[in-house]
Design a protein around this ligand. Sequence first.
Ligand code: 13P
Length: 290
Amino acid sequence: MPLVNAKDMEAKALAGHYAVGAFNINNLEWTKAILQVAQELNSPVMLGVSEGANKYMTGYKVVADMVKAMIETMHITVPVALHLDHGTYEGAKAALKAGYSSVMFDGSHYPLEENLEKTREIVTLAHFMGATVEAEVGTIGGEEDGVIGRGEVADPEECLVLKNTGIDMLAAGIGNIHGKYPANWKGLEFDALAAIKAKVGEFPLVLHGGTGIPEDQIKKAISLGVTKINVNTECQLYFQAATRKYIEEGKDLEGKGFDPRKLLAPGTEGIKEIVRIKMEMFGSIGHGND
Ligand code: 13P
């Protein structure tokens, strides 16, 4: 199946009460691992790519062409969307031009009117090109220069006006944080999520900062309308732990253990392991051919 946008998979997730995992990719190994697991578990999947990761991989075109080619050569038949994560106004346009099937335009740092205006423009362009759009209000917390911010909980009224720009998915801050959660994290603000859902109705909601959110909170978020959950840090941590083990056990020093195809294999398996865990938790397994 060629690359698809997120419209159908999100509508099906909403109707089926599960969430599609959006896993960030950094290179070929990441992409291969996530696609393999999605196919193995018959699950729809979104590949998230930050602007930094796009730059690391030398540009939007390389990423889009690589993903499209891998879907073909790996005979992937489950729905796969290639999604720009936290895109700027310029980045979203560049990703669409290169063939991304979905983009997040993150205008949450602009004054609301400007966020709305720019979001409308990106929506018009994306829909013309057959792509989907995610936008954000409220801010997702996270670590910046060693300071962990709680983020700003989204205002339901602002969520509704943003939804009305014509977007396909809405990311709203509800106490979620990018990266590892601090020990004193108070958990997701379900009252805020319920208030947002009451305003926007049946509409795909996105939960960022999927790393480390306990299963019961994930399930509750899905029951309140979350249909897309972003996971980045946890794949990195599983990759790191497996790679560290390989090196600490001296495997890189044995025979051809230095060969990158051997050196990167345990980390790649680590990514597969956490993606399986997350897909099970999100309930997307078996929904590849809905
Ligand atoms: P984590 O790194 O916390 O999993 O968050 C990922 C994310 O929300 C990407 O937008």
